[in-house]
Design a protein around this ligand. Sequence first.
Ligand SMILES: NC(=O)c1ccc[n+]([C@@H]2O[C@H](COP(=O)([O-])OP(=O)(O)OC[C@H]3O[C@@H](n4cnc5c(N)ncnc54)[C@H](O)[C@@H]3O)[C@@H](O)[C@H]2O)c1
Length: 425
Amino acid sequence: MAHALDVTIVGGGMITHDLILPSLYHLQRTGIVNHIRICSLDSGPLKTLKNSREISGAFPGQDFIAYPTLSEPEDKKFPDLYKEVLASMKPRQMVVVAMPDPLHFPVIMEALKNNQHILCVKPLVLKYEQTLEIEKAAFEKGLFIGIEYHKRFDRRSLIARRGYNLKHFGEFVMGEAKLIEPYYYRSSNFQNWFTCDQTDPFVYIGCHYVDLVYFITGLKPVEISVTGIKGRFPNGNEGYMWTQGRVHFENNAILSVINGLGYPDQAAGSNEQNLQMFFEGKDRTGMLKHNDQFRGVEHSYLDGIGSGGSHFNYVSPDFYRLVPWEGEGYMPVGYGFESVAAITGMIHRIESDVRSLTEDESLKRRRQLIREADEKGILATPANSYINELVVEAARLSILNNGEIALIAYKPRPHVELRRFPGAF
Ligand SMILES: NC(=O)c1ccc[n+]([C@@H]2O[C@H](COP(=O)([O-])OP(=O)(O)OC[C@H]3O[C@@H](n4cnc5c(N)ncnc54)[C@H](O)[C@@H]3O)[C@@H](O)[C@H]2O)c1
């Protein structure tokens, strides 16, 4: 395991349980990942991960080191412990940033300070200026940052990107996307951070589809308007439960996006999601339609083990599933796993590539590999996916101003501002 990467995950919540940890456990089996440490705000989520029968059944004998230790009471908080854990890592390993959106920036900067490559769950950060700062700091040190926009790895997105580039569809003109997460999210840890002042469903999940349209077409968004409907979480906090967004692209194309935390727990789910795009060609139009919810598999269980406790479910074999394989336990398959594997694999490749180089040569080569990945545009990096931070920033500006239009300007340098109508004051 000498060349395998040590990994620290900061944040032990839902995404760590449902995707990151199982994916890294499998990469540990294949020799890409060495030791895994997880640092959480308190011991509660770490206990859940350790006691997960699904995870231990799939990865028998595999384990992680918990920070804080499980013997600490769950109500004791350790907001700065991650700093100590990152400081104790060997240089140029991997840090996974998997905590609530508003906390990504300080953790990323701390990981860079400690010379670590990074896998960050989306969105990277909530402000464009922060992306710039991150990109600059990482490039200076030759550290790779991959942002985990896993929908890019769904085969249908990759097929669409190729088709669009080969001009099979025409030019994107009008589209519609939807992603409604389950109602039961409202009673999860979300209620502590998914508040009106911090985020909203467009920023949380709508950004996946805006990123996809950019991934498929290469078109940049230039104008955004988002309106939301507020509601209360069980703990009394107020959040946007639903949003509707309209995104204009640089060629005048329009994408309409609806999002929410409200897909019925009793429905076949596990959520609702799809994308439809129309294109203009010469004397005809083109179209693509992705049904990302019902992927052709239906299960009806004896017990309510489906999403939200349901019996009958539409099961997606595409995102993330544990399946039998030749080895012990189960292995993860799907574009979620492939996305984590691609970013981790890139970091592993970079480090393998520079092993026998001098420090100067190594830095030069690492920077070259980072620029190649930026250029390729398959893995989302700060340099090639910064439009997402502009979109998030514009969306927040719009929703907090009752849906007023927020402009994204790219010159003289990218920035976001509210559209001022002539005569308005
Ligand atoms: N489709 C996707 O790509 C997808 C899906 C779900 C979540 N996410 C992203 O993953 C991130 C986390 O979401 P989640 O659903 O796991 O949230 P969650 O609320 O379930 O978990 C958040 C975790 O962060 C930890 N945390 C908070 N402050 C901390 C601190 N100071 N030090 C260490 N740990 C700390 C908490 O203990 C908790 O374990 C968010 O950025 C979210 O947008 C992405």
